[in-house]
Design a protein around this ligand. Structure first.
Ligand SMILES: Cc1cc2nc3c(=O)[nH]c(=O)nc-3n(C[C@H](O)[C@H](O)[C@H](O)COP(=O)(O)OP(=O)(O)OC[C@H]3O[C@@H](n4cnc5c(N)ncnc54)[C@H](O)[C@@H]3O)c2cc1C
Length: 482
């Protein structure tokens, strides 16, 4: 047995002998292949061991065993991280939290307690029952932990901030196996770092979030444009967006093949369309909301418009699920835009119309997420999450089916990013940072000064960098920052 294999075997033995209550899966065990698969089929790793924790004590046992045996450790929740850091290599152990998916809602305080392996859909289902919502992302299969620890943007960000802005407290298993309750008044340095610093500081076994009265329904409107009308509509969008109140969300999805959503006539299904969609994030029946949605649907010359009051947690939050299935070859990119100028609009529309067009196998969409609002009001040094200024975040959410197309398609997407560069602002969202952008990790964490501060927190709670399979923050000695 190799030295590495010996480490993994020692971890397995220690867990089995120590009364591990979850599941231990190695190559050849039933369920191993399913357990090593994640959303992005480009990631095809074979961890030495997958330890599926049943509870917090199991998590502590895995952390202790990996540390003591010197074995690389990856942490997995929803498995939606693009780079596949949730899955260890052959010499390592994946600590898998997918059995830990309980959610408890305290209806009095509106605080929502979420176990460390939950998906967004688990939280939405539990909160919708009480007319509450926790601000999070837009695809229900995404894991809460990776999303929340890296920031967490979604439909409610303009009204209630990022997911990490709504942490009340967290239960964290640190690298030495200690269980800490972390909040503003307890380990405030760690609390600050967990709000955007990713999985660098420990394993979160429970998140407690501030929930809000929301729904159960929301007012939604969508307008679809053909290519010839798209540029003009986007120019109007760019002019109006900065003046909107925080209770309005307005976003763009440039789709190569329009899905058959309820308001889409049959003849437009499968055709390339630019969709502008707006949300009234307040009382869905208010006259103000009706008028706002009407005003935004009147932009440009749409081929079709539709509006409705729809369920939020169990409707809007699942609206896009079918477009982001598991098992495709996914390549994504993100850019914070400093201005949505005419040149930027042309660059985006050209890529959508040509790069995503006939002759390539690239599928998916180019999205513009309208941000700002409450998410922008938190100061740069108030949380680890960085670069909140940009009003628009561009997301190339692209995929294809065949590995032979990987290089060509990635080159096309990279070229389209390059064309947009003159309008790209500072920073990049750490949760969207891809494998070919690892030179941007310091920038994603806010630049050298903030990265150094995060490094000090890392040195205090994880001095040997046990939690390094992520967008890594290296432990910094105090002298290095002096
Ligand atoms: C289809 C899709 C839709 C998305 N939509 C959004 C969106 O709307 N908004 C948004 O902000 N982002 C979105 N993202 C990006 C998303 O935030 C990241 O991919 C995130 O990493 C997913 O979290 P996960 O738990 O599923 O990841 P995993 O791949 O399971 O884990 C990623 C990393 O998170 C860390 N981690 C996981 N669990 C824990 C834990 N319990 N404790 C400590 N660290 C842990 C580990 O470092 C791990 O390597 C989306 C991604 C996809 C693929």
């Amino acid at each position: 047995m190799s030295e590495n294999g010996a480490g993994v075997a020692a971890v397995r033995r220690a867990l089995a002998e120590g009364g591990f209550r979850g599941e231990l899966l190695g190559a050849g065990d039933e369920g191993y292949d399913g357990a090593r698969s994640i959303w992005n089929a480009m990631v095809d790793k074979r961890p030495g061991l997958i330890a599926r924790a049943a509870d917090r004590d199991d998590v502590v046992a895995v952390v202790n065993a990996a540390r003591e045996c010197g074995t690389p450790l990856a942490v997995r929740a929803g498995g939606h991280g693009i780079i596949g850091s949730a899955i260890a290599d052959e010499d390592g152990v994946t600590l898998d939290l997918t059995l830990m998916r309980g959610v408890e809602v305290d209806v009095e305080t509106k605080i929502v307690h979420v176990q460390g392996g939950c998906k967004l859909g688990d939280v939405d289902a539990a909160t919708a029952e009480h007319g509450l919502a926790v601000p999070a992302g837009i695809v229900s299969d995404t894991g809460v932990p990776g999303l929340a620890l890296g920031g967490g943007i979604g439909w409610l960000s303009r009204k209630h901030g990022l997911t990490c802005d709504n942490f009340v407290s967290l239960e964290v298993v640190t690298a030495d196996g200690e269980v800490l309750e972390v909040h503003e008044g307890s380990h405030p340095d760690l609390f600050w770092a967990l709000r955007g610093g990713g999985g660098n500081f420990g394993v979160v076994t429970r998140f407690s979030f501030q929930g809000y009265d929301f729904g159960p329904t929301m007012r939604f409107g969508a307008a679809l444009y053909h290519e010839e009308e798209a540029r003009a509509a986007l120019r109007e969008y760019a002019a109006i967006y900065p003046s909107l109140p925080n209770v309005v969300g307005w976003h763009v999805a440039m789709k190569r093949a329009m899905p058959g959503l309820p308001f889409v006539p049959d003849e437009l299904v499968g055709t390339p369309m630019v969709m502008l969609f707006c949300m009234w994030l307040d009382d869905p029946e208010s006259q103000e909301g009706v008028e706002m949605v009407e005003r935004l649907l009147a932009v440009g010359d749409p081929a079709v418009t539709g509006s409705a009051v729809i369920p939020f947690g169990l409707g809007m939050q699942r609206f896009l699920d079918a477009e982001f299935p598991d098992g495709l070859r996914n390549y994504t990119k993100e850019a914070h835009l400093k201005e949505l100028s005419e040149g930027a609009i042309d660059a985006l529309v050209d890529f959508w119309a040509e790069g995503l067009g006939a002759g390539t196998t690239i599928e998916g969409e180019l999205a513009i997420y309208g941000l700002g609002g409450v998410a922008r009001e938190v100061g740069e040094m108030e949380s680890a999450f960085s670069n909140r200024d940009s009003l628009w975040w561009i997301n190339w959410a692209n995929h294809w089916h065949d590995a032979v197309d990987d290089d060509t398609n990635m080159d096309i997407i990279r070229a389209s990013y390059k064309r947009l560069e003159p309008w790209v602002g500072k920073g990049v969202y750490v949760n969207m940072l891809n494998v070919d952008e690892l030179d941007r990790v310091v920038e994603a964490y806010g630049g050298p000064e903030k990265y150094a501060r995060l490094g000090l927190v890392k040195a205090k709670y994880d001095p040997t960098n046990l939690f390094r399979m992520n967008h890594n923050i290296k432990p910094t000695a105090a002298a290095e920052t002096a």
